[in-house]
Design a protein around this ligand. Sequence first.
Ligand SMILES: Cc1ncc(COP(=O)(O)O)c(C=O)c1O
Length: 404
Amino acid sequence: MNKKIDFFNLSRQYKKNKTNIVSRINEVLENQTYIGGKVVANFEINLAKYLNAKHAISCNSGTDALLMALSVIGLKENEIVLTTPFSFIASGSEIVALKAHPVFIDIEKETHNIDPTKIKNWIDNNCEFKNNNLVHKETGYKVAGILPVDIFGQCADYEKIKAITKKYNLWIVQDSCQAIGACDKNNIMAGNHGDISCFSFYPTKNLGAFGDGGVCATNNTKLAEKLLRYRNHGRKDHYNYTERGTNSRLDGIQAAVLDEKLKCLDNFNNRRRKIAQMYNNELCDIESIKLPREINGKHIYHQYCVKLKNIDRENFMQNLKDKGVNTNIYYPKGLNQIEFLSTEENLKTNCPISDNLTESILALPIWPELENDEVLYICKQIKENLNTLNFLKEINNNILKKQA
Ligand SMILES: Cc1ncc(COP(=O)(O)O)c(C=O)c1O
């Protein structure tokens, strides 16, 4: 009998943790500390401890975390930020929001993260280092920093990236929106690689709120102070405003939900890792599917994405859907292909690995409450679906041979 397997399902997690979460929400309702207050402050302390970072400054979303980070680090109009094309829109759009220029550097084949060797090549071929500034020769624009994304829950190669930023005096804003709880091969947790690191609490993230939410983590106290002011209208103390800021505050109800769920985060991540292991074991012998690889430390599998080789993706997805298995595509388009993100001709780059990946990648369901028998069912359907597709291909080939 067919099962029905959601690509993501929030209700099972809610049901399991309902009593504790509802009681935490009730605390906020009783105290009526809807904005700020003890619950938000405690969550920030607990999260900083979890991340092993000095400061955690919560805000309204991962997108806001990126905008706040780029603003307080001092990104200016017409400066360049080197970043990955293979990501969610926000990691490019917030650079453009400050009238700066993202330059997209292609990704590594295995991790799908920005490739440090290609960063180095782009700098060597296009820039000069003068007066302690890295400058793009053709435009005269300053290269200000690097914004790597820990895509799908695996850290970028910060050892190599940091060698570059140190040499050329660049900052790092780490987009860890998908990587809460991950660490790199040196056991350094996501949240500690950038001058500022950004996380999202979008409901389907590994640590998800009941609405929007985000946080900036930093070990730099001066930047932390700036972030605190920025999220609250640039306010230093009561009605004393020192710079332009915004309103980006995590509300008390979201903080209560997140603080309660934070206690379970390692369990959630370990369960995702277990499911990834099951997929690896079941699908490793299939020629036409390339599995994700855990290369740089601890992957927390926000997504489990496979690469399809010579398979019609739409067809494959539809066949799985007919059997009750829902899949998704992250990402069908690279940021280098989005026009408003690359407006200057001589800052455009080629990103063939990312372009190719956008055409062949497929995300399988991975969420902590997915049962083992459901994972096995998904694998069985994948195998049967591929057998049918291969069988049809063979018949087609035979017909073509006969016709020739
Ligand atoms: C890599 C990445 N960056 C940024 C964001 C933006 O986070 P939010 O949706 O909380 O604004 C997301 C969320 O989907 C993301 O996956």
